[in-house]
Design a protein around this ligand. Structure first.
Ligand code: MLY
Length: 266
C-alpha cells in the first residue's frame, strides 16, 4: 500500500467538506466487533434475500465481517457490519417459524441439504447472541447530503474496499456516490440511509482499511480528450489519462502505473 491517506490534508487540498455524521445511518461510536474467524451465524443470502442461510465468519475488518455461506463456494463472500439486521444468532430463524435454506448455488444436490445442515452445525462454534447488536441505528429523517460532500463508501464492485468518495448528485432519497480518482467506473446511486456509506473518519475509528483515492482524472460528460478543455483536471493528478474502450473501465489488475502518493499523504 501507498502512503497513509490523510483526510485532513485531502480536505484542505480539495477545499471540500465532510458530510456531517448526522447524514448517515451509522452509529456515532462504531459498533464493537467481538466476532472471531470460524464463528457461525445466520445471514440473509445476498443473492436470494428471502433465504436465511448459515454463514461462517471468514474474516474481520473494522466493524465488518467477511462472511461465506455454508455450502456455497469461496467466490461469493460478502461483508456485513456487525450491527446489520441481516445477521442473526443461530436459532433465530427457527424461533420465528422459518426454515434455514441452502444458499443459491448450493454445491451439493438439494436433497442432501438436511444432512449437510446437521453436519455443518455439529460441533460448530456459534457466535453467541450477546455479541450481536440489538438493532441497526435509526435512519436519519431525511436525505440531508449535499453535492460535493466527502464520505467513505464501500466499493460495491470490490466490497472489501472502503474508499474516499464524493456526493456527485442527489435524486430524491438517493445519493450518487462517486469514487475520488476513479473516473466514474465504480459510481452508484444508493439510498441516503444505506449501510454502505460512512462519515469521514469511520475507517480510522473502526480500524477498517481505507483505500487511497485513485489516480484517474475525471472527464466531463462529453468524454473529451485531455487537453481539449473538457478535463475537470484535478490539480492533484496531473497524470495523463490513456483511454480504454468502454466496458473496460477501471484499473487493469496488477498494473497500477502511478504510485498512489498525493499531497494528502503523510
Ligand atoms: N481490480 C480493480 C480494483 C479497482 C478498485 C476501485 N475502487 C477502489 C474504487 C481494478 O483495478 O479495476
Amino acid at each position: 500500500q501507498g502512503g497513509h491517506f490523510s483526510w485532513e490534508k485531502y480536505l484542505k487540498e480539495t477545499g471540500a467538506t465532510a458530510a456531517p455524521a448526522s447524514c448517515f445511518r451509522q452509529s456515532l461510536t462504531p459498533p464493537v466487533n467481538e466476532f472471531k474467524a470460524g464463528m457461525k451465524l445466520e445471514a440473509q443470502d445476498p443473492r436470494n434475500t428471502t433465504s436465511t442461510c448459515i454463514a461462517t465468519v471468514v474474516g474481520l475488518t473494522g466493524s465488518r465481517l467477511r462472511l461465506r455461506l455454508d455450502g456455497s463456494d469461496n467466490k461469493n463472500d460478502f461483508w456485513r457490519l456487525v450491527d446489520s439486521s441481516e445477521i442473526q444468532p443461530i436459532g433465530n430463524c427457527e424461533k420465528n417459524g422459518g426454515m434455514l435454506q441452502p444458499p443459491l448455488g448450493f454445491r451439493l444436490n438439494a436433497s442432501s441439504w438436511p444432512m449437510f445442515l446437521l453436519k455443518t452445525l455439529n460441533g460448530a462454534e456459534m457466535a453467541p447472541s450477546r455479541i450481536f447488536h440489538k438493532q441497526e441505528p435509526p435512519a436519519p429523517e431525511q436525505n440531508s447530503f449535499q453535492v460535493g460532500m466527502k464520505l467513505e463508501a464501500v466499493d460495491r464492485k470490490n466490497p472489501h474496499f472502503i474508499c474516499p468518495a464524493t456526493v456527485g448528485a442527489l435524486r430524491g432519497v438517493e445519493v450518487l456516490v462517486t469514487f475520488d480518482g476513479w473516473r466514474g467506473a465504480f459510481d452508484y446511486y444508493c439510498r441516503y440511509d444505506s449501510r454502505d456509506i460512512f462519515p469521514v473518519g469511520w475507517c480510522s475509528l473502526t480500524g477498517d482499511n481505507l483505500q487511497p483515492p485513485g489516480t484517474k482524472v475525471v472527464l466531463s460528460k462529453s468524454q473529451g480528450a485531455p487537453g481539449d478543455g473538457s478535463v475537470e483536471s484535478s490539480a492533484m493528478h496531473p497524470t495523463p489519462v490513456v483511454g480504454r474502450p468502454p466496458g473496460q473501465r477501471g484499473r487493469k489488475p496488477g498494473r497500477r502505473k502511478t504510485k498512489v502518493t498525493g499531497p494528502w499523504s503523510q
